[in-house]
Design a protein around this ligand. Structure first.
Ligand code: NAP
Length: 248
């Protein structure tokens, strides 16, 4: 499909070593992009590079080290010769517990990784995008950022923050040809959700109108769509990819 040809585009995907980020990175690479994916370790970064099979690079990024987060964009320029055309803020963590028991560090780290790091990366990419008068910023939020969830005050706040950030930035940079959007997954089968018991998974499934859990590819498809020319008139939105969880 011509409009899903990303040849000549540089895509930066954070948290590309596993789960949703890995699928997003592979999808863009298969559609012709040069992909830079990040992991928290050197080993993870070299595995990403291997799996991209000459179609990109792996870099180390620890989103909790906020002062150095933006440096990854300089490294993309070094490796690829230009800043990212498409930024996918995917890296995310959970530190679930009821609010009364939640330690400050668990709140602060989830906000740092899921929200502040994404903001810093967006800031590092936006200058070059404005110069080019083109660009795409796509952040992975969550259905929980829209609905809230007991035991996830930190995570829900970080994901709701991403949605507000996206809506605001979209208004600031739309005139420069840059779109800013979110994808909100529901329950996707990855390491993040492996911790749930079969009973908990069944309970989730019964609340999903499509009666099944989502796959990383479902999210990657939505991200690629938002990055494509087909979505050139879509900005400031949150695309729900959750099997209908929000309408149930
Ligand atoms: P995952 O399987 O746990 O993978 C997390 C990714 O983030 C890994 O690549 C990991 O790198 C990276 N990461 C972890 N801590 C990091 C840090 N401090 N700095 C930078 N990168 C870090 O997660 P996932 O399920 O694919 O989730 C991806 C995104 O989708 C997240 O933003 C998540 O909140 C969101 N989401 C997921 C679901 C779901 O049901 N799975 C639902 C809604 C939203 P390492 O391999 O090096 O640790």
């Amino acid at each position: 499909m011509e409009d899903f040809d990303f040849s000549g585009k540089i895509v930066l995907v954070t948290g590309a070593s596993r789960g949703i980020g890995k699928e997003i990175a592979q999808k863009f690479a298969s559609l012709g992009a040069t992909v830079v994916g990040t992991a928290t370790t050197a080993e993870g970064a070299s595995k990403i590079e291997e799996s991209l099979n000459g179609k990109g690079f792996g870099l180390v990024l620890n989103a909790l080290q906020l002062d150095t987060v933006a440096q990854v964009v300089d490294q993309v320029v070094e490796k690829c010769g230009a800043a990212p055309d498409i930024l996918v803020n995917n890296a995310g963590i959970t530190r679930d517990t009821l609010f009364m028991r939640m330690k400050d560090v668990d709140f602060d780290e989830v906000i740092a990784c899921n929200l502040t790091a994404a903001v810093r990366l967006s800031k590092a990419c936006i200058g070059p995008m404005m110069k080019k008068r083109a660009g795409r910023i796509i952040s992975i939020t969550s259905v929980v950022g829209e609905t809230g969830n007991a035991g996830q005050c930190n995570y829900a706040a970080s994901k709701a923050g991403i949605i507000g950030f996206t809506r605001s930035l979209a208004q600031e940079v739309g005139s420069r040809g840059i779109t800013v959007n979110c994808v909100a997954p529901g329950f996707i089968e990855t390491d993040m959700t492996k911790v749930l018991s079969d009973e908990q998974k069944k309970a989730y499934e019964s609340r999903i109108p499509l009666r099944k859990l989502g796959q990383a590819a479902d999210i990657a498809n939505a991200v690629v769509f938002l990055a494509s020319d087909w979505a050139s008139y879509i900005t400031g939105t949150t695309l729900d990819v959750n099997g209908g969880m929000r309408c149930a």
